[in-house]
Design a protein around this ligand. Structure first.
Ligand SMILES: Cc1ncc(COP(=O)(O)O)c(C=O)c1O
Length: 426
């Protein structure tokens, strides 16, 4: 293939990918779409620029306008997340975690965290940022019924192992962490408390999940593109007035992990913060209502939805089980759903041990469906499409064409200053 042909093929695939999501039900819990104004900030000259340092203290010239952007952003982040310290430079949730682990622990320190099998993120594991920082990992006992760390056993573990850092938060995140009690145990043994709010940051800022920085977390990290609906990036947030901690947190991103920290995305993040301040409470409320409605509707259709006794979920996620442990039934369900125009991901559930071939479950998220205007009534329709795909075995091409017709009524991005096309360029 010629180099020109390669470029054209890539650009065609970019458009095709947008069309695929436009015509489908995108239900990956970590994904979202951009508002028109956020997109405008991201698609700007800032893309190619550098601003090493902090506002007013740069290593390069040319940063005056970006100083304005970052200063406004820090102020907005403090208001939106109700905290006294915010760093908005991180390029992702993982980079935020690498930075926080650098600021809060040193190689050889002990850390407690949720295991990946129980829903912890890979950056909390030896194969990820925790291993990269050379930390000694001990994982919490897990309460499978409540889908959260077993409070008494985890407090006992913290008291017994005396970690330097206690990390909380998950990728599979149905219910708020019982953080006050766990933080008390951690602080009692002199540990710092870090809460990874990557998935649930928008729900936290919208007042619909929990308030980690007022429940004992010394530092909260997060992604800026999941339930918080901005461009790809991250945050480091704290209420600590400890100047040396604040300095360490700032230094952990630049120069700790980034040189350029993607200024166009920072500008988009700031516009997203402004929009969130105006619309975030409604968005968070509607996400949680939709997730709960989806859990109820899927259960009524005959699916095995986890945590029924707790009302299925208090977040943006719902978990379904499609077979026994290590059966791979979740993997097969995800493929069938994609053939029917529904994009999800397989997920390990309690009892599963093989991450690639064994997952028996699906993790479903509603942030994007909510963002394009679907409400609790549409969650019934979505559950019916699931039943046609996975219970009744309807022909995938006819389900996918009905999904596409259904989705055609939901093509506008909402909860933002200027509503516009949700899938531009398609
Ligand atoms: C709990 C948690 N932390 C961190 C991350 C990483 O976020 P990012 O993709 O922004 O690096 C994720 C990703 O889904 C996550 O679930």
């Amino acid at each position: 293939m010629s180099s020109r042909g390669a470029a054209e093929q890539v650009l065609d695939a970019v458009v095709a990918s947008g069309r695929h999501y436009r015509d489908s039900l995108p239900m990956i819990a970590s994904e979202n779409i951009l508002s028109p104004l956020v997109r405008k900030a991201c698609d700007s000259d800032l893309h190619g620029r550098y601003a090493e340092g902090l506002p007013g203290r740069r290593y390069y010239q040319g940063c005056d306008d970006f100083d304005t952007i970052e200063e406004i952003g820090i102020g907005l982040a403090k208001r939106v997340f109700d905290c006294s310290f915010a760093n908005i430079q991180s390029t992702s949730g993982t980079v935020s975690n690498i930075g926080a682990l650098k600021a809060l622990a040193k190689p050889g320190d002990k850390i407690t965290a949720v295991s990946t099998a129980d829903g912890g993120h890979i950056s909390h594991a030896r194969m990820g940022a925790v291993g990269l920082r050379g930390l000694d990992l001990v994982t919490y006992p897990w309460d499978e019924d409540r889908m959260e760390p077993d409070i008494d056993a985890s407090c006992a573990l913290i008291r017994e192992t005396e970690p330097q850092l206690a990390l909380f938060g998950q990728s599979v995140f149905l219910f708020p962490t019982p953080l006050s009690e766990l933080s008390d145990a951690a602080h009692e043994v002199g540990a710092r408390v870090m809460y990874d709010g990557a998935h649930v940051l928008g729900l936290i800022a919208g007042g619909r999940f929990q308030d980690p920085l007022h429940e004992g977390a010394d530092v909260m990290t997060g992604s800026s593109h999941k339930t918080f609906p901005g461009p790809q990036g991250g945050f480091l947030l704290s209420n600590s007035e400890d100047q040396s901690l604040q300095k360490k947190l700032n230094n952990s991103i630049f120069p700790g992990t980034c040189s350029s920290y993607h200024l166009h995305h920072v500008a988009g993040k700031v516009v997203a913060l402004a929009e969130f301040e105006e619309f975030g409470a409604d968005y968070a409320r509607d996400i949680v209502a939709n997730a709960q409605a989806l859990g109820t509707a899927l259960s009524s259709e005959g699916f095995d939805v986890l945590a029924e006794e707790r009302g299925f979920t208090e977040s943006h996620q719902v978990l379904t089980r499609h077979g026994g442990p290590d059966s791979g039934a979740g993997m097969r369900a995800a493929q069938t759903l994609e053939d029917c125009g529904i994009i999800t991901n397989m997920n390990m559930l309690p009892g599963d041990t093989k991450a690639m071939s064994g997952p028996s479950g699906l993790r479903l998220g509603v942030p994007e469906l909510t963002r394009v205007g679907m409400g609790v009534d549409e969650m019934q329709d979505v559950a019916r499409f699931f039943a046609r795909a996975l219970i009744h075995g309807d022909d995938p091409s006819s389900v996918s064409s009905e999904v596409s017709t259904f989705k055609s009524d939901f093509q506008t991005v909402r909860y933002c200053f200027e509503e516009g096309p949700a899938y531009p360029g398609t």
